[in-house]
Design a protein around this ligand. Structure first.
Ligand SMILES: Nc1ncnc2c1ncn2[C@@H]1O[C@H](COP(=O)(O)OP(=O)(O)OP(=O)(O)O)[C@@H](O)[C@H]1O
Length: 256
């Protein structure tokens, strides 16, 4: 297993935001974690990325424990987070934003190759290469954030709500590119999403998180077939558009 999370638990003061989480990501897989607002998805990624220290439990990345390490060290080992909300350096050009991702790398030839790669995945970023990133649209800024993370040479890319605030078309485009990154480079992906339809459609394996706990785990295809999951997260008929939030009142504690 590339990432093996065992009984991970994170508290904010007196509040346990994540309890007894077990989860794994195999080489080259796209793993989706779904759940409504406040389920603990961001807490999970921030804990894995070294932004928050867990109270207990383990996170083994390529066989070594990474829980509690500094965020810099975790990223250096190849576990790289694209945080929620698109964080670009608004007054730097698109190119300089990308180069910020690669600042710690010594393999300059490979960096040049990776710049060419991300420009192929995101042609819009190539067109806007010399523009200030702050002038880009929300979707384009999300692309910069993902591309910058790729420039730091991740082995496992963690994405927090890439669809946030994006149109359905752009969301589909971004997920298509996430798959392409995986297909062409073998990078594994752990993606947290409220948009269950798109995440289940593009992911390989899926977890459902509620109130800080994992309540279901299966292949995305199998999760999509489960009637109660379709009802709560996919708007009944497996349709598109209804988020987990919209269906939250239907939330249940256990899943068949
Ligand atoms: N810094 C904090 N201090 C105290 N409580 C927090 C803090 N951050 C998050 N929480 C609480 O922890 C729980 C999990 O939050 P988290 O942000 O991980 O959920 P989420 O699933 O990512 O939700 P969203 O989709 O809204 O981002 C929530 O009850 C939230 O209110």
């Amino acid at each position: 297993m590339m990432l093996d999370v065992q009984n991970l638990e994170t508290w904010y003061g007196p509040i346990a935001a994540m309890k007894g989480v077990n989860l794994s990501v195999a080489e080259g897989r796209i793993v989706a974690v779904l759940g409504a607002n406040g389920a603990g998805k961001t807490t999970l990624l921030n804990t894995l990325a070294g932004v928050i220290d867990p109270f207990k439990g383990k996170a083994l990345f390529q066989g070594a424990e990474v829980q509690g390490l500094d965020a810099d060290e975790v990223a250096r080992r190849g576990l790289v987070l694209v945080p929620e909300g698109r964080h670009v350096y608004p007054f730097l050009s698109v190119r300089d934003n990308l180069m910020m991702g690669a600042y710690a790398r010594k393999d300059r030839d490979a960096v040049a190759r990776d710049i060419a790669r991300v420009q192929e995945w995101f042609p819009r970023l190539k067109e806007r290469d010399s523009q200030h990133a702050g002038l880009l649209s929300g979707g384009e800024q999300q692309m910069v954030a993902i591309a910058r993370a790729y420039l730091s040479a991740p082995k496992l890319l963690m994405l927090d709500e890439p669809s946030l605030g994006l149109s359905p078309m752009l969301t589909t485009e971004i997920f298509g590119i996430i798959r392409r990154i995986r297909d062409e480079t073998g990078t594994a992906v752990l993606v947290v999403e409220q948009n269950a339809a798109v995440a289940l459609a593009h992911g390989d394996d899926g977890y459902i998180m509620e109130l800080g706990r994992i309540v279901a785990a299966d292949s995305c295809a199998a999760l999509t077939r489960k009637e109660d999951i379709r009802e709560a997260y996919l708007g009944g008929g497996g349709g598109y558009g209804l988020s987990g939030t919209a269906q939250r009142w239907k939330r249940r504690k256990t899943w068949r």
